[in-house]
Ligand binder design. Sequence first.
Ligand SMILES: Nc1nc2c(ncn2[C@@H]2O[C@H](COP(=O)(O)OP(=O)(O)OP(=O)(O)O)[C@@H](O)[C@H]2O)c(=O)[nH]1
Ligand SMILES: [Mg+2]
Ligand SMILES: [Zn+2]
Length: 308
Amino acid sequence: MKGKVYRSTGSWYHLKDEHGKFYSARIKGIFKIDDITSTNPIAVGDVVEYELENEAEGSVIITDILERKNYINRQSPRAKHQHHIIAANLDQSILIATLKEPRTSQGFIDRFLVASEAYHVPAVVLFNKSDLYGKKETAAFDNLKGMYEDAGYQVLLCSVKQGEGLNELGALLTSKQTLFSGHSGVGKSTLINWLLPELQLKTKDVSEWSGKGLHTTTFAEMYDLPGGGSIVDTPGMREFGLVDISKQELSHYFPEMRALLQDCQFNNCLHVEEPGCAIKKAFVEGRLHEDRYISYRTILDSIEEKQY
Ligand SMILES: Nc1nc2c(ncn2[C@@H]2O[C@H](COP(=O)(O)OP(=O)(O)OP(=O)(O)O)[C@@H](O)[C@H]2O)c(=O)[nH]1
Ligand SMILES: [Mg+2]
Ligand SMILES: [Zn+2]
């Protein structure tokens, strides 16, 4: 029997079968998939095979995992050399960012976009809490919007408080399996509550936070939309550490750079100080946004190459 993983606590899973019935599931034995050392072998969005364990209690045992179309992972915040799979089998990912309460850095957004590119998940950047933006934030948003749109990404501006951009968001979600990701407190669960009011997901006032790193949503969970499609709500992340991306391939995951790569003189060009570099040239001529190039260089410097 086949089911889809809707919730994962790390040791327990909620599965939905083909008829819409939910089960509590656990894993038997140890799963090792694709040689990935992952802190979570099974993630929300995975399709799995299961066997009934106790019909009366609705409990089942996961026996196999079907091949993933894709997934998004990041460095485990607890174990640097392990991955944490955020969600699998995605049609798109939406990075929920804010420019105030809290502020999302460009570096964080760019890392998330790189991970989405690396696993072929189309990404959208949504700036929330537009009602809080003053002159400074509005100018910053205009710059970011232009920059990401030039790179090929769709950018949305929303305010759950004032109802801005929400119909546009709703239209984007129809019939798709979508990941909602971002820092804690940016409004992921609040946006989902607007889309699915009967859920009443827990949300928390930024002023109620007792410290950094505490988040309101504690486990990833998927919710079906009435018109088809589903959203994966996730706990807020403080950092987005990339895994398994080499220096050599990084520029392939900046779409606006990818288009220029074949014009570099050397095919192993890292676009730093090499002669005849098409990317450096585009940057100098103003055809590549300075902040994206800086972000590229920062990420490039942060990549520790594996020692063979
Ligand atoms: N002003 C304003 N506040 C908002 C908006 N959207 C959400 N909030 C508030 O932001 C706070 C945090 O929202 P949550 O939905 O809990 O944030 P989250 O991203 O789910 O956070 P975690 O679950 O911790 O990852 C709540 O107090 C919301 O009411 C908005 O558009 N404008
Ligand atoms: Mg939440
Ligand atoms: Zn180059």
